[in-house]
Design a protein around this ligand. Sequence first.
Ligand SMILES: C[S@@+](CC[C@H](N)C(=O)[O-])C[C@H]1O[C@@H](n2cnc3c(N)ncnc32)[C@H](O)[C@@H]1O
Length: 235
Amino acid sequence: MLKLRSARELVRMAAVLMVLFAGVDPLIQVGFAQTQNNRRRVYTNDDIPSRGEAKPAPTNAKPNELEPEQTREAEAKRIAPFVTTPMVVVEKMLEIAQVTTSDVVFDLGSGDGRIVIAAAQKHGARGVGVELDHRLVVESTEKVKELKLEDLVTIREEDLLKTDLSTATVVTVYLLLEANSELRPVLEKQLRPGTRVVAHDIRIPGWESSQQAEVKADGNTHFVYLYKVPDAFRK
Ligand SMILES: C[S@@+](CC[C@H](N)C(=O)[O-])C[C@H]1O[C@@H](n2cnc3c(N)ncnc32)[C@H](O)[C@@H]1O
């Protein structure tokens, strides 16, 4: 065990740790907090560090729209907090997967819908966002309508681990490592050969990426991993 000789040394060590930790992906920071607590808990937007472009949860859902029991059920299934992917990283994710008008892009844990909206707007692809948080579903659905993309983009209010992925040709994820581990067998079972999976910052454990990219955003380096089904897991 490391012995600290003085209070000043303790403070210096804490400062070093804070500086090191500041450069870590917001999801990993939140995941670390989760490990510290050693139990699953409900995250709010107050938990999200600012560099992930996190913004307050939308308020356009009526407070009584969901029964408390439904809200509790949804929260129990939540496997990652809401942190947005910077748009420049979204663009790289769609570019590395070579998304075209023939693709159906699924974003698992679609947040404010930015990935599926960009896939439709910039690449003419169809998009399916899968999101558990009712308020984010309302917000992203409204955005889709506002942009007149209803023919291309659908938002499903569903558990991403239970959703039907049979029509996907591209899947995008920005989830915690533990969540990607849970998701992996679902992807291996459901995805058709030739489907591309793109992960932001957090790898799919045990899979081998066929391409990687680095993107600078918010003064930080973000990583994008491209996996091809079934090569990623059948070597
Ligand atoms: C890190 S955010 C990513 C948001 C968006 N994909 C992006 O990259 O900007 C993860 C999202 O997954 C959602 N989520 C967590 N667990 C889920 C589950 N079991 N089913 C569906 N969505 C879930 C959260 O509500 C959150 O919006």
